[in-house]
Design a protein around this ligand. Structure first.
Ligand code: 1CP
Length: 364
């Protein structure tokens, strides 16, 4: 199916800062443990990676949030850690502990030995999941493909899993910057191939999660995270099926670097809740779309508070196109699903006032 047959293209229009009838919305981690129907399919798959490796089950959970809520995009169900896994590090998800790798990257020699997995071979299963999602969506909304940033992937590869201090990964940057550059370059080129593969398989928008970029000091952020996200953006296809493929960069905690992020050539910048949309729009809103930024904890508040905060978010961005509503980080597993309803209802009621009534878009 060509994307011109999309029934709802609000989000693609918003990423290009074109007029829309209301502010489009999707949620980071919108398919996941807060949904009972997700937990059921996850149990059926046996393991998290089993779920990611089954195109049929991955497509099923990708569509689950769209069955409950009027969202304007789907995001491929997969994980950023598929790449380190395909580099031979052996990924496992241990209950209560999160991701754990069998092997860690410890030395420069380990870095030079790492293979570069390809979208065509080792990561073929992700491309098959993209194609299955696109088929199941049947043009309902666009499909977002994604990856982690080189720095964020490197933290997991060096620490062997999640970390609070990033002591080992930061030590590599400080003590062995040349080896660190070789690792980031290898990851950047692997990620670029991976995203190109996702677009070929049917992804209509792309997102790079730099979840741990904000843990770096400004010098190291520019040198080891931002520079390699730019290297990826430079290698991406910008158009397919006659439409632009927008790419969004999200550095959590990156509010002080918005101008540099916007300068990479991306179409959208993701914001967490510590940056005001007004401030971000003033600084970079003439160049890129802004995505965000409700605190995911707000979804534990009562529906009246949620409505008031959605109103505040819309008012902060202000009138006109270029805003993609989202949370400021992933939805939490303990979130009551009915509170998501309250958020989306408020957005649908309140956001048309921020757009010109005459806005045209293919909408369902
Ligand atoms: O057992 C389970 O069900 C595991 C929970 C889970 C889920 C639902 C993990 C393990 N990954 C996912 C899916 C996932 N991960 C998606 C799916 C699409 C969607 O949004 O609906 C996406 C986009 C990701 C991306 C991801 N994985 C990020 C970047 C975004 C972010 O939240 O910052 C990161 C850092 C990961 C690593 C990861 N995978 C899983 C967990 C629990 C974690 C985080 C570990 C940590 O905090 O260090």
């Amino acid at each position: 199916m060509s994307s011109s047959e999309l029934k709802n293209d609000r989000i693609l229009r918003a990423f290009q800062r074109q007029p829309v009838d209301r502010t489009p919305v999707w949620m980071m981690r919108q398919a996941g443990r807060y949904l009972a129907e997700y937990r059921e399919v996850r149990a059926q798959a046996g393991s998290f990676m089993g779920l990611c490796r089954s195109p049929e089950l991955a497509a099923r959970v990708t569509l689950q949030p769209l069955e409950r809520y009027e969202l304007d995009a789907a995001i491929l169900f997969s994980d950023i850690l598929t790449i380190p896994d395909a580099m031979g590090l052996g990924l496992n998800f241990v209950a209560g502990e999160g991701p754990v790798f069998e092997h860690r990257v410890k030395t420069a020699a380990d870095i030079d030995r790492l293979p570069q997995p390809s979208a065509e071979k080792e990561l073929r299963y992700v491309m098959d999941a993209v194609a299955a999602c696109r088929k199941e969506l049947a043009g309902q909304v666009p499909l977002i493909g994604f990856t982690g940033s080189p720095w964020t992937l490197a933290t997991y590869m060096i620490e062997g899993g999640s970390s609070k201090t990033f002591a080992a990964s930061k030590s590599l940057l400080f003590n062995e910057p040349e080896a660190a550059h070789r690792l980031m370059a290898k990851l950047a080129d692997t990620v670029a191939d991976y995203l190109n593969g996702q677009v070929e398989a049917g992804a209509q928008a792309l997102m790079i999660f730099d979840t741990w970029g904000g843990a770096l000091d400004p010098v190291r952020y520019r040198e080891f995270s931002l520079a390699y996200m730019r290297r990826i953006v430079e290698q991406l296809p910008r158009e397919r099926e006659g439409r632009r493929i927008p790419v969004t960069l999200f550095t959590k905690g990156g509010g002080q670097w918005l101008e540099d992020i916007a300068d990479t050539g991306c179409d959208g910048v993701g914001l967490d809740w510590t940056t005001s949309l007004t401030d971000a729009r003033r600084r970079i809103g003439d160049r890129v779309a802004l995505q965000g930024n409700l605190d995911p904890c707000m979804l534990h508040a009562n529906p009246e508070v949620i409505r008031r905060e959605v109103a505040r978010c819309l008012e902060e961005f202000g009138h006109g196109p270029g805003h993609v509503f989202n949370l400021g980080h992933g939805i939490q597993p303990e979130t009551p699903p009915e509170n998501v309803d309250a958020m989306i209802r408020a957005l649908h009621e309140l956001s048309p006032a921020y757009h010109d009534a005459a806005a045209t878009s293919a909408t369902s």
